[in-house]
Design a binder for this molecule. Structure first.
Ligand code: NAX
Ligand code: ADP
Ligand code: K
Length: 505
């Protein structure tokens, strides 16, 4: 499923009208009817409905929705919140159709909307869509405040009014919808931390727009779904052997942090790695060996309880993950530089490794092999030299500029983890829940990703599948036997068998 900006949506609209021959009126008819049909699932037969219509095409959709619901027998009052002379084009056309069918429209002229809303069960918000610019002006500012005070159900058309389609905007005032019915493609703002909650539950409706423009455009954004996982996750050949499934190396850990690499390693093995070696400080090996019995071990020279150097480490592995529990110390950047320059294959860098990387960033360009960075927002902000709030305002652009500039894959973790390839294409992961907001779940993700990167699939598929599996496992676990409070990172590792059985069933 494609995810779009306002510009991509307008370009698609123009292409549909000018090149394909789908008239605007027709698209608006499709949109309004599809949205009304979708809304019916949330409506009761006797509901009193108020639809607030704005002056643009979002309001135009509103006129079609009103007509469709009225024809189906619902009690709908239409409040037009703009001067009739300001309503133009397709919206004006559908306004006329509504009137021609014998229905009436009230115009907002400063009347007491609060009392008008009192006997309504549902408010449909068709005030503003993707065309919003700048701070909300009257009367929409006032109407949005009233909608948010209203106790009944609020259903928004395309976007909650006041929310822009794109990233990079601060939101001061917007409708807090219970549900949003999105026209054709989800907009970027439905995945951003500061805007996602305004949407409530959202679904998309197909209005017949072509996807050519987006498909042929640069830097596509897509949601990675279950079907993609089933389509791309390689099944195992009955003649495979442990070497076929990838020989991985995990470098990390310190005396004070033995758990991270244990989780990464156990997760990698559970996720399907054929063979796994752990390279860590000598002091931890005995305890780890009892914990991760399937792995082999390589002891690294240590100093003050952390890795001093990579010593004589052999780097001939199918995939290497570095950084988990490694600590932030003086030697870390040198160790990172060595890993960047000595390893030829796939290198995944996580956690403390990302802090060390920041100091040797230019060495990234000297790498031949694939490099994957898995930062959480704090680590990504540090790599970029910006603040976390700045990053969260524009995660798509920042992840994209970093990935393209440094020729790396970036897995920016969060409620909607964002995967970016070195060309700047992006995938959004929809799985996962707040149960994952706990120490160690990132280590587990690194292990799953290391394993995925060694299976026969593209790097993009490996990363998207790994992130999806991690989140989906947490989703099943909190549905079936855990909660978002008690879930532990190690539970996610133990939940992987059920996920695989489910995917391959
Ligand atoms: N492919 C498409 O793009 C389609 C879009 N449709 C609908 O059309 C909508 C986009 O229509 P428009 O481009 O007319 O945009 P809007 O419906 O968002 O209306 C924009 C108008 O609102 C006013 N406005 C903008 N910012 C404001 C602010 N801060 N305060 C107060 N008023 C403000 C301006 O007068 C502007 O012209 C979509 O969200 C969707 O609902 C559908 O009808 C069909 C297809
Ligand atoms: N609210 C949330 N919803 C979904 N996933 C989440 C949420 N919070 C965190 N996660 C996921 O949990 C993991 C946390 O990783 P990270 O912050 O590196 O943890 P740690 O360093 O403790 O291992 C990431 O995969 C992230 O996407
Ligand atoms: K709206």
């Amino acid at each position: 499923m494609f995810v779009v900006t306002a510009k991509e949506m307008y370009d698609t609209d123009r292409y549909a009208m000018e090149r394909v021959g789908l008239e605007g009126k027709m698209l608006m008819e499709n949109a309004g009817r599809a949205i009304a049909r979708e809304m019916e699932a949330s409506l009761a037969e006797n509901d009193n409905i108020m639809i607030l219509v704005g002056k643009g095409n979002n309001g135009g959709d509103g006129f079609v929705i009103a007509r469709t619901l009225l024809e189906r027998g619902y009690a709908v009052e239409v409040l037009q919140c703009a001067e009739t002379s300001d309503i133009r084009g397709d919206a004006a056309f559908h306004r006329e159709v509504l009137l021609n069918m014998g229905y009436s429209i009230s115009e907002y002229e400063g009347q007491d909307v609060e009392s008008l809303l009192q006997d309504k069960d549902v408010v449909i918000d068709a005030l503003l869509g993707i065309g919003i610019k700048g701070a909300i002006r009257p009367p929409y500012d006032y109407l949005i405040t009233l909608i948010n005070q209203y106790q009944g159900k609020v259903l928004s058309v395309d976007l909650p009014s006041g929310i822009p389609a794109d990233e990079g905007y601060e939101v001061h005032q917007a409708v807090e919808a219970d549900q949003t019915i999105v026209v054709q493609f989800p907009k970027v703002s439905s995945f951003l931390q500061h805007t996602a909650a305004f949407y409530g539950d959202w679904t998309t409706v197909d209005i017949g727009l072509p996807s050519n423009v987006i498909q042929s455009g640069e830097n596509q954004k897509k949601v990675w779904g279950r079907r993609d996982v089933v389509r791309t996750l390689p099944s195992r050949s009955s003649f495979s052997h442990k070497g076929t499934h990838g020989k991985g190396l995990v470098i990390g850990g310190a005396v004070a942090m033995p758990g991270s690499i244990a989780m990464t390693s156990r997760a990698a093995l559970r996720a399907g790695a054929g063979l796994l070696t752990i390279a860590t400080v000598q002091e931890n090996v005995t305890a780890l060996a009892a914990n991760v019995v399937e792995a082999t071990y390589h002891t690294l020279p240590s100093q003050h309880g952390h890795i001093r150097s990579l010593g004589e480490l052999d780097f001939s592995y199918d995939g290497i993950a570095i950084g988990m529990g490694m600590g932030r110390h003086e030697q870390a950047p040198t160790i990172m530089k060595e890993a960047l320059l000595q390893t030829e294959g796939t290198l995944l860098i996580d956690a403390d490794g990302l802090y060390a990387l920041k100091q040797v960033l230019p060495s990234l360009s000297d790498r031949e092999g694939t490099t994957v960075l898995t930062p959480h927002p704090g680590e990504m902000a540090h790599l970029l030299g910006i603040t976390v709030p700045e990053l969260l305002q524009r995660p798509f652009s920042y992840a994209q500029s970093f990935a393209t500039e440094h020729d790396v894959y970036v897995v920016l973790k969060g409620a909607f983890t964002l995967i970016t390839n070195p060309k700047g294409d992006q995938w959004i992961n929809p799985t996962g829940n707040a149960g994952l907001a706990k120490g160690g779940t990132g280590d587990v993700l690194s292990g799953i990703l290391l394993s995925m990167l060694m299976q026969p699939q593209t790097v993009e598929e490996a990363l998207c599948n790994g992130v999806w599996i991690h989140g989906y496992t947490a989703d099943i676990l909190i549905e079936q036997k855990h909660s978002s409070y008690d879930l532990l990172a190690s539970d996610v590792i133990d939940g992987l068998p059920a996920t695989y059985r489910n995917i391959f069933s």
